[in-house]
Design a protein around this ligand. Sequence first.
Ligand SMILES: NC(=O)C1=CN([C@@H]2O[C@H](COP(=O)(O)OP(=O)(O)OC[C@H]3O[C@@H](n4cnc5c(N)ncnc54)[C@H](OP(=O)(O)O)[C@@H]3O)[C@@H](O)[C@H]2O)C=CC1
Ligand SMILES: CC(=O)N[C@@H](CCC(=O)OP(=O)(O)O)C(=O)O
Length: 315
Amino acid sequence: MKTKVFIDGSEGTTGLRIHERLDNRDDIELLTIAPELRKDPAERSRLINSSDITFLCLPDSAAREAVALVTNPNTRIIDASTAHRTEAGWAYGFPELSAKHREAIRTGKRIANPGCHASGFISLVYPLIAGGILPTDYPVASFSLTGYSGGGKKMIAQYEASDRDAELDAPREYGLSQQHKHLKEMRLITGLSRAPLFTPIVSDYYSGMVVNVPLYTDLLNTTQTPESLQAFFADYYANEPFVKVMPLGAESEMSGFLSGNHLSGYDGMQIYITGNENRIQLSSVFDNLGKGASGAAIQCFNIMTGCDETKGLNL
Ligand SMILES: NC(=O)C1=CN([C@@H]2O[C@H](COP(=O)(O)OP(=O)(O)OC[C@H]3O[C@@H](n4cnc5c(N)ncnc54)[C@H](OP(=O)(O)O)[C@@H]3O)[C@@H](O)[C@H]2O)C=CC1
Ligand SMILES: CC(=O)N[C@@H](CCC(=O)OP(=O)(O)O)C(=O)O
């Protein structure tokens, strides 16, 4: 039997990409909403409650409103927004973190898709804490380079306007008050006792990101080198098709650069370990619209419906 799917917010950046990835699958019946009714609560409610699984690709407030519309006890929700990521009763949609995470997604009714910056950060910090390498009170600093599609339709329009401000030509730091909306999930999911110092940087290209976590080795719980951390991450993510831990020195194939758009258009993630015995840089490279949003949401959908985790995705 086909899984009935509704995408609430299917005309937004994340919704369109999910639609594109699901459109020609023969295991899915896509329920569509008339364009003029796409913000009509009654029609959205009818479609949400007719679906087996609804993807919410909406601003936080509309995502909360959509969850309140669910009356069918069998309807399962995958929410791409920030609204429910740290809420009790919601599974965090990053299955590679542990067997427990994957199982919670497989059986869950409410799945919160990770934030894009948070996905990169957590892919690096969660294993280090779980493995006893990083003290939970380590003062983590992180910066994250992202394409402008991370800001949704509004930011895409700003960057693609013919009369745009010249400031948009250069990479721009933001989140300067240290209140970025992903900080909460970064701390809670990893178990860090203090929020990281986090600096996102948006730049003049469509999609893709690099999230960095620098480490002083003398502040770690155990002696580590780039070699030992590469082996640790390779083992942690062994057999995970979406997360590829790169061999040491892999960046030399890109002339020593890690480019923000390296995995643009793809749904997987690459982890690079660089630096030296004293200072190590961990970098997570992926597409904010792929493993950072739609790709991760469809990966969760595949786990929930019991099909191949990579089905319909571009690795
Ligand atoms: N872009 C990214 O890289 C990522 C985005 N996310 C999150 O996913 C969610 C969607 O983001 P994104 O696709 O970028 O955002 P967009 O702004 O591109 O799209 C949001 C869509 O939701 C629609 N919408 C707004 N309010 C309602 C409502 N009440 N009922 C129905 N539809 C509504 C908008 O309509 P209209 O077209 O009229 O504006 C728009 O089409 C957000 O919570 C975002 O933070 C998560 C990870 C990464
Ligand atoms: C460039 C840009 O503005 N990016 C967004 C991240 C998009 C995202 O991950 O949003 P959610 O938290 O809703 O998932 C930001 O930093 O707020």
